[in-house]
Design a protein around this ligand. Structure first.
Ligand SMILES: *[C@@H]1O[C@H](CO)[C@@H](O)[C@H](O)[C@H]1NC(C)=O
Ligand SMILES: *[C@@H]1O[C@H](CO)[C@@H](O)[C@H](O)[C@H]1NC(C)=O
Ligand SMILES: *[C@@H]1O[C@H](CO)[C@@H](O)[C@H](O)[C@H]1NC(C)=O
Ligand SMILES: *[C@@H]1O[C@H](CO)[C@@H](O)[C@H](O)[C@H]1NC(C)=O
Ligand SMILES: *[C@@H]1O[C@H](CO)[C@@H](O)[C@H](O)[C@H]1NC(C)=O
Ligand SMILES: *[C@@H]1O[C@H](CO)[C@@H](O)[C@H](O)[C@H]1NC(C)=O
Ligand SMILES: *[C@@H]1O[C@H](CO)[C@@H](O)[C@H](O)[C@H]1NC(C)=O
Ligand SMILES: *[C@@H]1O[C@H](CO)[C@@H](O)[C@H](O)[C@H]1NC(C)=O
Ligand SMILES: *[C@@H]1O[C@H](CO)[C@@H](O)[C@H](O)[C@H]1NC(C)=O
Ligand SMILES: *[C@@H]1O[C@H](CO)[C@@H](O)[C@H](O)[C@H]1NC(C)=O
Ligand SMILES: *[C@@H]1O[C@H](CO)[C@@H](O)[C@H](O)[C@H]1NC(C)=O
Ligand SMILES: *[C@@H]1O[C@H](CO)[C@@H](O)[C@H](O)[C@H]1NC(C)=O
Length: 716
């Protein structure tokens, strides 16, 4: 009885607080209004026999339905006799539209002047094949639009203040999503991902440090004579240099047969004993192992022969022996064959796939999204049966939004120079805006031209960017390994060790945000405007971001070692330089910051709570009797009476609360009884003067866990 009454009351409250309405105007536009204010001008719904002939639907009573599904989500359904459907939106000319593609056209984080299909982008400036995508855009006017389809379509943002999409579909459902309360665009992303899909929490090993080679079957050193020994050589160097690692993956080639792919095996000449080798890697060395896969049938392989016999391949317009056509996975027998064949890999201990291609012309473009989603489903299925959820790491180059629950992403074949790095930073921000939140880039770039690329400078800058990316993955081998010529370079190796080990130590923080990604869809790499929506100066910033909400990260993406950094208004009154903890910058200002290759510009907010520490042993077998070590860095400020952080680790959440009191000059942390695997947590206060870096061991268990420091001066 009480419960029913409560439900009725809360329903009344929501309707009373939100009074968005949607109406159809005589000119067939859909307007979303709040009182007298038009929030969304959906100028036209479009229908036509071709994507080039789609026109505003004249008789809107035919095949159009619209209504609020929740107080903040309007659902629009289109179903007419036409083959193509879409919608057009307009707003003031200065309105920005974000989302749709991971690839940063013109190195921008918005879509100004872009018209392109919802498919893989291909070879382009900075990065080739940066291909996560979503039929979803965010508008700086304060709303989002999600077209719920896997059909092929195009988006057009070439009219200033305008956005348009048209899909090859005789029916189309799209949603206009408005902010919830004062949640701003973050709440739009949250509602959108609830409608489409959210990422699964990855295993810690997937977040890295992860090392790989484009070809472990070459570039042998010392006594190495095959790929298996080559990987062991890598493992040994990581161990000897005390460089933390959690995963290694083998790109193609590693199998037998034509171009190594299609026989679902390891080449016995390169991997004489794969099962025992992988078992040693995971159990003895503490490193998980992944392999490359793709939906392509290489001529003459088992996959090709079965497909030819059963007519599973898309029509072939590639030369025989080339890259191979894709299987049409809409055919259940083809899907099942592929699914069964892949089971070999988890059976020998492989814990995830690097999933390549799917957008290189091996199938008609108009099925790219549907087919890629099917392939990511089967790649997921083949792993989850053996390992269980969140216990393997699949990541793809090409993925559409509904596959978010099935795969994470990397940003494709970045170019190994500063252009590639700058575009990778922008693509990381864009990937976050479409909620592919567990993301990494090939550290140093993938496409190399000439010897000694990346240059040691580019490589070091990129390593720092990866330290502050959700995933740290680094390609070495094939003549660019820091400990072999032409590098043999102690400074590159030193930065690799510094950044990989820093990333490993940040895992408690990063993991806490992977929990957010999976629960709310909010990314870890956040465009500045997501945290500082009211500060217009943040709307176009393509080279710095919030990492979670406590760090402001400004990678150096140009030669020379300095850059300008804008400190956004809103999240904090001032920002403290993170590594040296001396310089403080006021919000709303811009500063020129220099940084040696052994550091990068990173700043923390007032009141920041940052969990760090050694919570995953991985390959660190050099530490005898390893036990987890978790510590909380606290950055109290009297400007912030209370701040909170939800720590996630070992499958559980703990809320940590930091309060300050200016009157008695104190700060108090309540750790919520936080512990890790039965171990207590260290508290590190960052305060002025003698108190600076005061470390307190707090082995509190269960109840309480509150600690107060008095007579303090805060750093900022
Ligand atoms: C809407 O406009 C009408 C007429 O201009 C005005 O009377 C009314 O107060 C306005 N309502 C709101 C909520 O602004
Ligand atoms: C909606 O956009 C159209 C096209 O730009 C414009 O003609 C119309 O006045 C706008 N309506 C509102 C209410 O802003
Ligand atoms: C619009 O479609 C409805 C439903 O099919 C029909 O009844 C009506 O006559 C049409 N109006 C016009 C102007 O064509
Ligand atoms: C579209 O309308 C047709 C005819 O009314 C109906 O058969 C079909 O199920 C509808 N499709 C969708 C996706 O609603
Ligand atoms: C868009 O293109 C127009 C004309 O080509 C150009 O003037 C304008 O600067 C471009 N805008 C952006 C944001 O690139
Ligand atoms: C990457 O794209 C560039 C064009 O931007 C092209 O010249 C190059 O061949 C591509 N590289 C690879 C490896 O595909
Ligand atoms: C129409 O589809 C073709 C591909 O078939 C595409 O190249 C083009 O961009 C699309 N145009 C529009 C306006 O959607
Ligand atoms: C639209 O999809 C159909 C299959 O549903 C396909 O035959 C046609 O070529 C596609 N049109 C375009 C322009 O891609
Ligand atoms: C696995 O490790 C054991 C014990 O260290 C060793 O004897 C064996 O040769 C290793 N196997 C492979 C395939 O590396
Ligand atoms: C990076 O490489 C690309 C492709 O080789 C080239 O077009 C671009 O100018 C290079 N950028 C820099 C900063 O060297
Ligand atoms: C931090 O301080 C150290 C030593 O004082 C210096 O070497 C380093 O360059 C500084 N780093 C930054 C980012 O200022
Ligand atoms: C802050 O400290 C003063 C002095 O001890 C105390 O009176 C006051 O209640 C404290 N404020 C809060 C919010 O705890």
């Amino acid at each position: 009885m009480a419960r029913i009454l409560w439900l009725a009351l809360s329903a009344l409250l929501t309707t009373a607080l939100c009074d968005y309405t949607i109406t159809l105007t005589p000119s067939s536009a859909l307007l979303v209004t709040d009182g007298n204010t038009t929030l969304v001008n959906n100028t036209a719904v479009l229908a036509g026999g071709q994507n080039t002939t789609a026109e505003p639907l004249k008789n809107a009573t035919e095949g159009l339905a619209y209504a609020f599904l929740t107080p903040t989500i309007a659902k629009i359904t289109l179903n007419t006799s036409n083959a193509f459907h879409g919608a057009r939106f307009s707003a003031s000319e200065s309105t920005r539209f974000y989302g749709v593609w991971e690839y940063p056209f013109n190195n921008r984080i918005d879509n100004a002047n872009i018209s392109f299909e919802l498919k893989g982008v291909g070879n382009n400036v900075g990065v080739n094949w940066s291909n996560a995508r979503a039929p979803f855009f965010l508008s700086s006017a304060g709303y989002g639009v999600y077209a719920d389809t896997l059909k092929m379509g195009s988006y057009d943002f070439t009219t200033p203040g305008g956005a348009q999409f048209i899909f090859n579909s005789s029916s189309l459902v799209y949603y206009i999503i408005l902010p919830k309360g004062d949640g701003g665009l973050k709440s739009v992303i949250e509602q959108y991902t609830e409608l489409s899909a959210r990422s699964e929490i990855p295993p810690t090993s997937g977040l890295g440090p992860t090392f790989w080679s484009d070809d472990f079957t070459q570039d042998f050193h010392g006594n190495v004579s095959n790929a298996q020994e080559n990987i062991q050589d890598l493992v040994n160097h990581l161990y000897d240099n005390r460089i933390r690692a959690t995963s290694i993956f083998a790109d193609r080639p590693y199998g037998s047969g034509n171009r190594s792919w299609g026989n679902f095996d390891f080449d016995p000449a390169q991997y004489p004993d794969p099962a025992s080798f992988i078992q040693n890697l995971t159990e003895v060395s503490g490193i998980d192992f992944q392999v490359w896969i793709a939906n392509r049938a290489q001529y003459g392989t088992k996959l090709y022969n079965a497909s030819i016999q059963n007519h599973w391949l898309f029509p072939d317009d590639h030369p025989v022996g080339g890259l191979g056509e894709a299987l049409n996975l809409s055919i259940p027998a083809a899907y099942n064959y592929f699914d069964e064949s892949l089971k070999y890999f988890p059976a020998v201990g492989v814990k995830g796939y690097k999933i390549d291609r799917g957008e290189e012309g091996e199938m008609p473009d108009y099925v790219q999204n549907e087919q890629m989603a099917l392939f990511l489903d089967l790649a997921y299925d083949s792993m989850v049966g053996t390992w269980g959820k969140s216990r393997f790491y699949n990541f793809a180059r090409s993925a559409v939004d509904r596959s978010r629950a099935k795969t994470h992403v990397w940003n494709g074949d970045s170019h190994a120079n500063f252009t590639g790095l700058a575009y990778s930073v922008a693509s990381g921000i864009r990937s976050g805006l479409i909620s592919f939140g567990i993301w990494g880039s090939d550290t140093g770039g993938y496409t190399r031209e000439g010897a000694l690329t990346p240059s040691p400078e580019v490589w070091a800058r990129w390593m720092w960017f990866s330290a502050f990316s959700p995933v740290y993955e680094l390609m070495l081998g094939t003549n660019h390994t820091p400990w072999y010529p032409p590098y043999d370079n102690t400074s590159t190796l030193a930065v690799m060790k510094q950044t990989a080990n820093l990333h490993a130590d940040l895992l408690p923080y990063i993991q806490s945000y992977t929990n957010d990604v999976s629960k709310t869809g909010l990314p870890i790499i956040r465009a500045l405007f997501l945290e500082a929506e009211k500060d217009e100066k943040t709307w176009d910033v393509n080279d710095s971001y919030f990492f979670g909400s406590e760090f402001l990260v400004a990678p150096i993406v140009n030669a020379g070692g300095s850059r300008s950094v804008y400190f956004p208004n809103g999240p904090s009154k001032s920002y403290l330089e993170y590594f040296n903890k001396t310089r403080v910058y006021s919000a709303g200002t811009t500063a020129n910051i220099s940084s040696p290759l052994t550091s990068m510009p990173v700043f923390v907010k007032q009141g920041a709570i940052i969990p760090r520490g050694d919570v995953y042993q991985g390959n660190a077998k050099w530490i005898q009797g390893w036990t987890p070590d978790l510590r909380l860095e606290l950055y109290p400020s009297f400007d912030v009476p209370e701040s909170k952080f939800t720590y996630y680790g070992g499958g559980a959440e703990t809320e940590i609360v930091l309060t300050t009191n200016k009157t008695d000059r104190s700060a108090t942390v309540d750790t919520g009884g936080l512990e890790f695997n039965g171990w207590g947590v260290k508290i590190v206060w960052f305060l002025k003067g003698a108190e600076e870096g005061r470390v307190m061991d707090m082995k509190v268990h269960g109840d309480g866990g509150s600690l107060k420091v008095t007579n303090i001066e805060t750093l900022f």
